[in-house]
Write a protein that binds this ligand. Structure first.
Ligand code: IPE
Length: 247
């Protein structure tokens, strides 16, 4: 039997400092990676953009129709994302692991993403590393978010476990950074009753949440956990689990 496959997203909000352009939180990322490596089975990693992706995408007006300015933005953001990926790969490598970066926009062929290569590298024992990226399609400059990659990969490989590492404890009834009354939801089935606000270059919190819920169709276990306390992943079966389980 194949070993279980874990699909893990390191959210841009946790591995970078949101409002400081290209500020990488290397210690936080390193702690998450150490914890990831304790999980049994194969791993495929996706990371978001945080301040390496969203700041310049918004500044250059991406997504939108091709203009010289947007093309310059796509070029810059893609390079910045590759740099973030390299830093993350470096942390895996420093633990003796074998990460392998796939430039997401290069997987976009004939109108859709083709994950055959990352999946085949996974089977060979490497740790594929993918990331939310800019890409050009038709006459538009677009962003393929890390969350969409998570959904695509879930559909394709049916991972046994999916983990989203975020900068908050899980899904709340409201934005916990804005509303102190917001309550952590230990289990959710859908997005009803959740006031997901917060905007970014890829559709904001609401779309993120909807995507996570959809991922559950393809995996037995889907968790949202605070990346500052990645060890919480060991306690998903406990009544005191601090995080959100998608049912
Ligand atoms: C965005 O990916 C990537 C770019 C803006 C280029 P995500 O939307 O998955 O990133 P985070 O996790 O929200 O930062």
């Amino acid at each position: 039997m194949d070993r279980p496959v874990n699909l893990i997203k390191m959210g841009g909000s946790i591995i970078t400092r949101k409002n400081s352009y290209r500020y990488f939180r290397s210690q936080v990322a390193s702690k998450i990676i150490k914890e990831i490596m304790e999980i049994d089975g194969e791993k495929i990693i996706v990371h978001g953009g945080g301040s390496f992706g969203h700041i310049k995408s918004l500044e250059y007006g991406i997504p939108g129709e091709i203009t010289p300015k947007r093309l310059a933005g796509a070029s810059l953001v893609h390079s910045d994302m590759l740099e973030l990926s390299s830093r993350i790969a470096g942390l895996f490598a420093s633990l003796g692991e074998k990460p392998y970066i796939f430039s997401t926009s290069s997987l976009f062929r004939q109108g859709e993403m083709d994950y055959a290569e990352p999946v085949s590298y996974l089977r060979k024992g490497l740790i594929p590393l993918l990331f939310g990226d800019t890409y050009i399609s038709g006459n538009r400059v677009l962003i393929y978010s890390g969350d969409r990659i998570m959904l695509d990969l879930s559909r394709q490989i049916k991972p046994s476990k999916v983990i989203f590492f975020s900068d908050v404890d899980g899904v709340f009834t409201d934005d916990p950074k804005e509303n102190p009354e917001a309550k952590l939801l230990q289990r959710i089935k859908g997005t009803a009753g959740i006031n997901a606000t917060g905007k970014d270059a890829t559709g904001g919190m609401k779309l993120k949440l909807e995507t996570m819920v959809e991922v559950k169709r393809y995996s037995k276990e889907v968790y949202i956990i605070n990346g500052r306390f990645p060890e919480r992943i060991r306690e998903t079966d406990s009544a005191d689990f601090k995080g959100t389980v998608i049912e």
